[in-house]
Design a protein around this ligand. Sequence first.
Ligand SMILES: *[C@@H]1O[C@H](CO)[C@@H](O)[C@H](O)[C@H]1NC(C)=O
Ligand SMILES: *[C@@H]1O[C@H](CO)[C@@H](O)[C@H](O)[C@H]1NC(C)=O
Ligand SMILES: *[C@@H]1O[C@H](CO)[C@@H](O)[C@H](O)[C@H]1NC(C)=O
Ligand SMILES: *[C@@H]1O[C@H](CO)[C@@H](O)[C@H](O)[C@H]1NC(C)=O
Length: 490
Amino acid sequence: MLTPTAMAFPTTLLVAALLLPLPVVFSKPTRTQSLVAIPLSPEPITTPAAAQQQQLSLAAHDVNASTLHFRLAHREDFALNATASDLLAHLLARDDERAGRLSSLLVVGNNATRPPRRRGGFAAPVLSGLPQGSGEYFAQVGVGTPATAALMVLDTGSDVVWLQCAPCRHCYAQSGRVFDPRRSRSYAAVDCVAPICRRLDSGGCDRRRNSCLYQVAYGDGSVTAGDFASETLTFARAARVARVAIGCGHDNEGLFIAAAGLLGLGRGRLSFPTQIARRYGRSFSYCLVDRTSSVKPSSSRSSTVTFGADAVAAAAGASFTPMGRNPKMATFYYVHLLGFSVGGARVKGVSEPDLRLNPTTGRGGVILDSGTSVTRLARPVYAAVRDAFRAAAVGLRLSPGGFSLFDTCFNLSGRRVVKVPTLSMHFAGGAQVALPPENYLIPVDTSGTFCFALAGTDGGVSIIGNIQQQGFRVVFDGDGQRVGFVPKSC
Ligand SMILES: *[C@@H]1O[C@H](CO)[C@@H](O)[C@H](O)[C@H]1NC(C)=O
Ligand SMILES: *[C@@H]1O[C@H](CO)[C@@H](O)[C@H](O)[C@H]1NC(C)=O
Ligand SMILES: *[C@@H]1O[C@H](CO)[C@@H](O)[C@H](O)[C@H]1NC(C)=O
Ligand SMILES: *[C@@H]1O[C@H](CO)[C@@H](O)[C@H](O)[C@H]1NC(C)=O
């Protein structure tokens, strides 16, 4: 408050203020929380638990008529006989490809960077570089009648649901048996004139059989193609959802590893949530456990994805923010991220336009993606957050150099519990998401190096990745057009 005296002597006061030691006058103590600093294990990951995960079970969670649950497994569970460091390096390399693909998609729009491979019956040369790629979490689903257990990548960054099908012209190695439609009583081809067939960006017709064909191709050359069909999917506790349009891929090549296919959870017309919206509503939620918990035998937590009424009911106490849409890219879930706090103080220098979607160009904005691991922020925003974090992390010893995508790492060698500055995201509508320390400081080796697990991007779109979503139930409330975050709810 300005006293009359102060009004009279502003210059004197200003000089006096400048002479005072600034930290005493202005700075609040940095807010911290405790990180339990466990380095990566040097042991190869060949745990019995991981092996058991391959024996798929669909009986993990309760289900009732208006709700579907199923278990999620982390893809690292299946990369047996590799050390945690190997897996991390691999994951980060793949993640960079994926983030690059999502961004290039927004730049390129519907123009393919290479012509589609034409195969019998494909009439449409227009190729959409749909934002796909291998995600990091798999859902366990039964496909067909009787059900074949299948691991499907959970992907909010794409729409089409597909899986590898026998007979394979080309199938990559997957975990579990390849689904064979000839042994399923509920399998039915989709006819060429069916509206859903026409919704495919790159669909076609096998005129001899009057049967719809699909193809999804990726910027990196990966492709899945085959019959577009209607099939029954089975969830936990034998909950069945009939007549889901899926791609039955007889020709699958590229970067997909281990998963049988992909469950497209995007906002587009062909996605799984859109297909079941009339029966279950347009909402789903998932919770992703820490990516390393599945290799810790003691862990009893599990991840689930839930569709239907319970998806939102589970979100009591959630912080909600409006869900946004990009007119140029129907698939993605946009959120309006306003800024960050580090150590309890709002990060200055985060310019909001850097995080805002430009609806005319389709560039910019922030999406939530289950398939990208590391959050990517428009580079100036990332730089501001990182610099604030470095400045606040006074008790942490900065390591020289970075690791893969990360440019800010700390040497926590020999330390067990470490006080680290807090990190929060602020969204439109007042939602605040305070991240647990494991969501932004992750071990990258066996000797105690921990890196600040966010990165900058020049790709136009910022992406909130699954490392930063860990431990939250993330609610995609399509009916309410909002996204919610419930902390500590796995
Ligand atoms: C689903 O079942 C659970 C208990 O099994 C119950 O608490 C919940 O209310 C049910 N949901 C609906 C929408 O009926
Ligand atoms: C695991 O890797 C080691 C070294 O690369 C190799 O000697 C061993 O045979 C592998 N084990 C399995 C089960 O693949
Ligand atoms: C696709 O490419 C053509 C010619 O190269 C261009 O005229 C058109 O604007 C592009 N469309 C999009 C959506 O980028
Ligand atoms: C981390 O610090 C310890 C001493 O506390 C040192 O021995 C070790 O070499 C450092 N590690 C790196 C990667 O610099």
